[in-house]
Design a protein around this ligand. Structure first.
Ligand code: SF4
Ligand code: SF4
Length: 279
């Protein structure tokens, strides 16, 4: 571990700059999130700032709610405070409650490989939204349906997401997402989550990493944020100004949009257009 970082954290705790510092500690051979405090200052010698595979910002958000007077220190990759900015922009965390320790850019989470079946029927992990925009709408729809139907509704994507903070989750609202079926309501489950990531997702990659069904979630959320940027000129996580979606009313319209899914004119025989009810 970088001795400079350990010294800095120790100083912050001893001098009362922060009440707690949230980072990693090796536990049974695994780096797990750990709250370091001045009461057990010797633990700081075991402090690590990687692997960045846990939503530390979300844990910090929970800590400052549990301890309303506390200031929490947090390692943040150099030049990237987008997730914190989103939490601040959505009034979830006060800037003064978090003391950021800039650390060198950590080892990125390795991207998953895209298998042959997924290449033929689904969406590559490294696809960008321009790649998908070039597809015919019916093929794009078919490919997303292929992906969504693998979902086992484990809620891992939601649970690990550092910017999922709603008190009541729409994904558990029986009026929006039916219960007792697998896959979950397709595509509604995923589109509800995607809409909620508009103006929030910072492309940290944790959801895609956590998804046991290998659904390429990042490209979906990148797309909704591109739309937010195009329509509102708002770049998620780049400022403390409120997201334009903060101001939306409470009314939700679930009326179908006629013509949203145009029928294929020239079906591609290599791509099967499957829906949940077609089997
Ligand atoms: S990539 Fe976006 S949606 Fe996924 S966990 Fe990170 S912030 Fe949440
Ligand atoms: S992590 Fe994957 S399988 Fe689990 S609910 Fe999210 S999309 Fe579905």
């Amino acid at each position: 571990m970088d001795h400079e970082i350990i010294k800095q954290v120790r100083d912050w705790l001893e001098q009362g700059v922060v009440d707690a510092f949230l980072a990693y500690r090796i536990t049974d051979g695994h780096p797990l999130p750990h709250v370091f405090t001045r009461d057990s200052i010797e633990e700081v010698n075991d402090l690590g700032v990687e692997p960045f595979r846990y939503p530390l910002e979300k844990i910090a958000w929970q800590l400052v709610r549990l301890y309303p007077e506390a200031t929490v220190g947090l390692p943040v990759a150099e030049g990237d405070q987008r997730t914190l900015k989103v939490l601040q922009a959505w009034n979830q965390i006060e800037e003064r409650r978090i003391k950021v320790l800039q650390v060198a850019v950590p080892t990125p989470i390795p991207e998953r490989e895209t298998g042959k079946v997924k290449q033929a029927l689904g969406i590559a992990f490294r696809a960008d939204s321009e790649d998908l925009d070039r597809l015919e709408p019916w093929e794009r729809f078919s490919r997303w349906m292929y992906e969504f139907q693998k979902c086992i509704k484990c809620y891992g994507c939601r649970n690990i997401c550092p910017v999922c903070f709603c008190a009541e989750c729409s994904l558990e609202n029986a009026d929006l997402v039916g219960t007792g079926n697998l896959p979950p309501e397709v595509p509604l489950f995923h589109l509800v989550r995607a809409v909620h990531m508009a103006g929030r997702c910072t492309d940290c990659g944790l959801c895609e990493e956590a998804c046991p069904a290998e659904i390429p979630l990042r490209v979906l959320y990148r797309k909704v944020n591109e739309i937010v940027k195009d329509v509102f000129g708002y770049e998620t996580g780049m400022s403390l100004s409120p997201s334009p979606l903060n101001f939306l009313g409470k009314e939700v319209t679930l009326e179908p949009n006629a013509g949203l899914w145009p029928q294929p004119k020239t079906p591609n025989p290599n791509v099967e257009c499957r829906t949940r009810n077609s089997e």
